[in-house]
Every structure is written in structure tokens, then in C-alpha cells.
Design a protein around this ligand. Structure first.
Ligand code: PGA
Length: 253
């Protein structure tokens, strides 16, 4: 089963637009439900409307959660709030949030709080840039270790990781990652997980690829890139393109 996660980021502006878009995505998701599990991570403000209006085809998730339930965190929301609205997934550690100063410690605490509420964390890891000496490997290693060493052992198998090279994300991406780059990095991440846990856990960890995924390159990231799923930004805001992407990856199963 492929896990396909749409990250709507800070769009669309109105809940009515969000509902219309999600309805279209839900129709396609139902067509491919045998091979694809579709999740939409929407802006918090739309989540209650989406979850109330769309009951089939897709699951919904948040885009971040506070690292503690301490009330004095203006502008944040916590895992209990996500749970109470029926969110079943939540992205944590996205590079656009890390860019505002979120630390690995906070990302770990958010991951643990989601697991406590039975919400599946989609933890993003990835290097800012690649250097010729392979130093970027150690930055990703540190991010992965922080999570896998910190989460209670009996919860580890619930974690979803998303490998997102920061240089390949969004409209300012330097370039797309190649399938070989994705495959090598996902192999490396599994090795890091195996060293902390065991080979079986490493093999079974759900690792997604994200960063400029579109309807043309999606199939290869799944069939040859080592990813068991995808985290898709821009293309998930276009129902037609997202549907073509689903069609293409369904053929890889
Ligand atoms: P993109 O975003 O697909 O628009 O590059 C991916 C992400 O930020 O998760």
C-alpha cells in the first residue's frame, strides 16, 4: 500500500475552496483505494470543516503540533485539539517550520505527543544542501537518530518518515532530486534506523519521498526510488494533477 500525503501548506484561503478541492481528491482516492492510502494535511482552520464534510476516500492530518500542552503558546495548536477533530496524521519537522527555528528536541516532543494521542506522525528529515564530501549525511543521521532514540520503543513502528531534501522543495527548488539520490538516501536512513533498532524495524519503517514530486516523476520515486509513499506539496492543490499522479503510482503496485 502506498501512502500518499498531500501537504496543502498555507492554502487555500477559504474553507469552501478547501472542501471543494478535497471532494475532488476524495473521488480519485476512492478509485485507487486498493493501492493508495491518501491523506491530506490541511491548514488547521479548515480541518473541522473537511473532516465533517468528507467521510470517505481520504484521511486528514495537521501540519504541525506544539511540543507540549502548556497553554502559554500563542498561535499554536496541540495534539489533543487535532485528536478532538478527528485528525489521524500530522506532519512534524517540515523544513519550512524548522526554518523558523524549530529544534530537533521540539520535533521529538511533538512526535511523542502525537503518538500519545494515537495520531500518526509524519516526521520530515532532509539536508539543506549537498556537499561533495558527504557531510550532508551526518545532518540527516542526526535528525533520524533524535527521533528513533527518543520515542518509546513500543511506538517506533507507528512513525512515518519523510525524506525531503530541502534544496528540492517548493517553487524555489534548486532542482529535482534524482531517483538514485532518493534511493541512496532512503537506504542510508534505513541503515541508521537499523543501527538503533533492528533490521526488521528498519525494513518495515514507512519512508516517504517529498520535494517537487509531480505526475511525471512520482512513479519512479516509488518504483525505483526506494520510497513507500510520497509527500506532495504544490501538486496536491491541483485536483487534476493530483489525480494523474495517483493513476501513475497505482501502476507501480
Ligand atoms: P513541493 O513541496 O511538492 O511543492 O516541492 C513538498 C513539501 O514541502 O512537502
Amino acid at each position: 500500500m502506498i501512502l500518499l500525503v498531500g501537504n496543502w501548506k498555507m492554502a487555500p484561503n477559504k474553507s469552501t475552496e478547501a472542501i471543494n478541492l478535497a471532494k475532488k481528491i476524495s473521488l480519485s482516492a476512492k478509485t485507487y483505494k486498493k493501492s493508495i492510502n491518501t491523506v491530506i494535511c490541511a491548514p488547521y482552520i479548515h480541518l473541522p470543516f473537511l473532516i465533517k464534510n468528507i467521510k470517505t476516500g481520504i484521511s486528514f492530518g495537521g501540519q504541525n503540533t506544539a511540543s507540549s500542552e502548556d497553554v502559554a503558546q500563542t498561535g499554536f495548536i496541540n495534539s489533543s485539539m487535532l485528536k478532538s477533530y478527528g485528525a489521524t496524521y500530522c506532519i512534524v519537522g517540515h523544513s519550512e517550520v524548522r526554518a523558523h527555528g524549530e529544534t530537533d528536541e521540539q520535533i521529538l516532543a511533538s512526535t511523542v505527543s502525537l503518538l500519545q494521542k494515537n495520531i500518526i506522525p509524519i516526521v520530515c528529515v532532509g539536508e539543506k544542501e549537498r556537499d561533495g564530501h558527504g557531510w550532508y549525511l551526518s545532518s540527516v543521521k542526526e535528525q533520524v537518530e533524535k527521533i528513533f532514540l527518543g520515542v518509546p520503543k513500543n511506538q517506533i513502528k507507528k512513525i512515518v518518515l519523510a525524506y525531503e531534501p530541502v534544496w528540492a522543495i517548493g517553487k524555489n527548488a534548486a532542482r529535482e532530486a534524482t531517483v538514485a539520490e532518493s534511493r541512496e538516501m532512503i537506504m542510508f536512513i534505513r541503515k541508521v534506523i537499523a543501527d538503533i533498532t533492528d533490521e526488521k524495524t528498519a525494513k518495515n519503517t514507512n519512508i516517504l519521498y517529498g520535494g517537487s514530486v509531480n505526475e511525471q516523476n512520482a512513479f519512479n520515486f516509488i518504483s525505483e526510488g526506494g520510497a513507500q509513499g510520497l509527500l506532495v506539496g504544490r501538486v496536491s492543490l491541483d485536483a487534476k494533477r493530483f489525480s494523474s499522479l495517483m493513476k501513475s503510482i497505482s501502476l507501480s503496485q
